[in-house]
Design a protein around this ligand. Sequence first.
Ligand code: PEP
Ligand code: CO
Length: 463
Amino acid sequence: MGQTTRTAENQAGTARSRHAWHPSSWKELPALQQPDWPDKLALERATGRLASLPALVKSAEVHQLRTELARVADGNAFLLQAGDCSESFDEFSARAVRDKLKVILQMAVALTYAAGLPVVKVGRIAGQFAKPRTSETENVNGTTLPSFRGHMVNCDLPDQASRVPDPERLTTAYNQSSATLALIGAFSKGGFADLSHVHSWNLEFVASSKEGKRYNRIANEIDQALRFISACGVELNAEEELHRVNFYTSHEALILPYEEALTRVDPFSGSWYDSSAHMLWVGERTRQPEGAHVEFLSGITNPIGVKIGPATSPDQLIALCSRLDPERTPGHLTLITRIGHSKVRELLPPLLEAVREEGFPVVWACDPMHANTITSTSGRKTRKFDDILAEIRGFFKAHQEVGTRPGGVHIELTGDNVTECIGGLDDLAEDQLHLRYTTTCDPRLNARQSIELAFQVSELLRS
Ligand code: PEP
Ligand code: CO
């Protein structure tokens, strides 16, 4: 074990021994990106209510996800984590949830079919309602307003009153997460995700496109394979795996009073888990090893993720791993790198080497979105499909060079036919962005661009 790690572990040890972990121990440390709630009593009332409500996800599912992620860490599965940048209270509908699931299931089929690897499916969904912001204020049509912080905190409408943090929104976030989880359960276990329905996942506006047709060819081959297996005498109805999928939820653990209120004791193991989602991650802006967010995540048994940006040094990364995965549990920690397409080849290999040298059994995932955001000439935030793909290619190359495993991708997407990212097979142009630009935060890939990306990633996995 190197000198670096000993130092990092000592620091982490010091931080831990200062106080025993408890769902509220984060309060003893600096918490960045917390809204300035004007009515503290209302916040207490809201979190008090949440603490008495049922857990959103079951601890058994959380453990199951960790088992699946341990397979990813071993190179025997691939992680697809995808969904909205920021879920909306206003755009919530069963159709929108279903269409997002369709795209993610389609991407998983493309990846599984080409690479022969099981795909672990984790949505940025059912709780992804809070956004870290670089600036406290933003300029909307010439007016300076407090920044929009996600629907769990305030409203995106461009007026002062809408931007005031409102604790009632924590309850709405819980309720919408609960409804979304019910829909996900119905879709993933109730026949919709049955492998014999692969054709029906092709959304109308995707089916006619080149990537939609490529998907349909795979769907035909899957149909044929199922018929063949059935003809060989295998009772397909008895094979549960063909009729349901495991679909997990995740979000950024940003608003700590909300996460604390939903943290429960797992009745089987006696350990704490955050019942707001199966997996939680800490963002690039709040991942200080001595900060409140890392303290909170260090005590829960859920699989956790950490965003790793271009300024992260190998020493800082090892300090984070020591703090968040001291027991070195396979599948517990996912490092989500978001470095930028032009820097990934240079900056990623030293990080991979450091973590390998210290023996942390992490999952490495690539978020090719957050370090490739640009502003279009019309002033809209956007991302180029080619930059997104270039970061993923750089991620695979870096792993190949170092001999580590590219474990997954982390994508912002929607099942809707939006015009938010430039490029892809349709060659969406900058002057088309205004047509259907509906995101409340970052630009997302539309369903066609998402399927195209999955095919490109599946080729990288195959080679
Ligand atoms: C996000 O995932 O939406 C996000 C804000 O990412 P990051 O913390 O990597 O900037
Ligand atoms: Co985002």
